[in-house]
Design a protein around this ligand. Structure first.
Ligand SMILES: [Zn+2]
Length: 317
């Protein structure tokens, strides 16, 4: 039977329910916890986060995939407590958002060290929490070109994915050629990779989305809700209509089995104000109604948020 590692232990694919595939309990840059102005107590974070996850659960959400890498505020004991309190399955990741958020200890490490570290977090556990990672996060550093460190992390992640059967989520899919070369060299089937943020306002134009699908990869339209219609939009915002048209091109163009969608929201951002008014519940409040209004049927909505997510997340042996 296919299974997925959550912070409270393995579950079957059937138990996942509707999945938010790329979200954050709380994302911050390395060191933000040292800035006393921004340091939130565990109680404050809890108070800010629990209602959002409860609402997610009430709306019909089953599983929240936390794409916060090592060094960006990942906190497994906290996730376990949130999952117990709200009934939402939480999947934690190993890996890094990008080479530029890996602290020096990891930034200087070899591919072999990084691969063994990821494998340990997937098969033995993360620190002494007893929880195992369910996905591996990698990403492109700021600047839009994969750095030597990004490539080292991608290669280590590919080795860990091949060894454990856990999939890879990427932050950004620009500069996709070197990434796909590495995955091919390591023998990782590309349907084990979700190429993320293909829809954001800054990177959508320079992301070779069709080519990625032709190679066998999956596309993550995972920044839904960061739209120019917000009162104070972030720099990666995009008009709602543009993003929806982009998504529908793939959903209605024969690739509904290759796309996943999410809101990339922060329940409680760390060391930055976050984007006001944007939460994981955008999926239920705006995105799914918008899909229906555009003629996407219930079976396709179920495919995107339930079936594709289950197929992607299931550990492949
Ligand atoms: Zn993210």
């Amino acid at each position: 039977m296919s299974r997925i590692n959550t912070v409270l232990g393995p579950i079957s694919a059937e138990e996942l329910g509707l999945v938010a595939i790329h979200e954050h309990i709380g994302y911050g840059m390395p060191g933000s916890e040292l800035d006393t102005k921004w340091w939130k107590t565990p109680e404050e974070r809890y108070e800010e986060t629990v209602p959002k996850l409860r609402k997610f659960h009430e709306n019909g959400g089953g599983t929240f995939v936390d794409a916060t890498g090592i060094c960006n505020g990942r906190d497994i004991d906290y996730y376990k407590s949130l999952s117990r309190k709200t009934g939402v399955h939480i999947v934690a990741c190993t890996g890094f958002v990008g080479g530029d958020t890996a602290l020096p200890h990891f930034a200087r490490a070899s591919v072999d060290y990084l691969a063994r570290h990821f494998i340990h977090e997937i098969t033995v556990g993360i620190g002494d929490t007893g929880s195992k990672a369910g996905v591996i996060k990698v990403g492109v550093s700021r600047g839009g070109r994969m750095t030597e460190l990004d490539k080292r992390i991608y290669r280590a992640a590919a080795r860990a994915a091949v060894a454990t059967g856990v999939p890879i989520l990427t932050h950004l899919a620009i500069d996709a050629r070197p990434a796909i070369d590495i995955f091919n060299e390591e023998g990782l089937p590309l349907d084990r990779v979700l190429f993320g943020h293909v829809d954001d306002g800054v990177n959508a134009e320079s992301t070779p989305d069709t080519w990625i699908i032709e190679q066998g990869g999956r596309l993550g339209f995972d920044t839904f809700g960061y739209e120019t219609e917000l009162p104070d939009p972030p720099f990666w915002a995009r008009p709602r209509k543009d993003r929806m048209e982009h998504f529908l091109r793939f959903v209605q163009g024969g690739h509904a089995d290759k796309v996943l969608a999410s809101a990339d929201a922060n329940c409680s951002p760390l060391g930055w104000p976050g984007v006001k008014g944007h939460t994981v519940n955008y999926i239920f409040e705006v995105l799914i109604p918008d899909l229906r209004a555009n003629g996407v049927d219930e079976a396709t909505i179920n495919k995107i948020f339930v079936e594709n997510a289950a197929d992607f997340l299931s550990i492949r042996n």
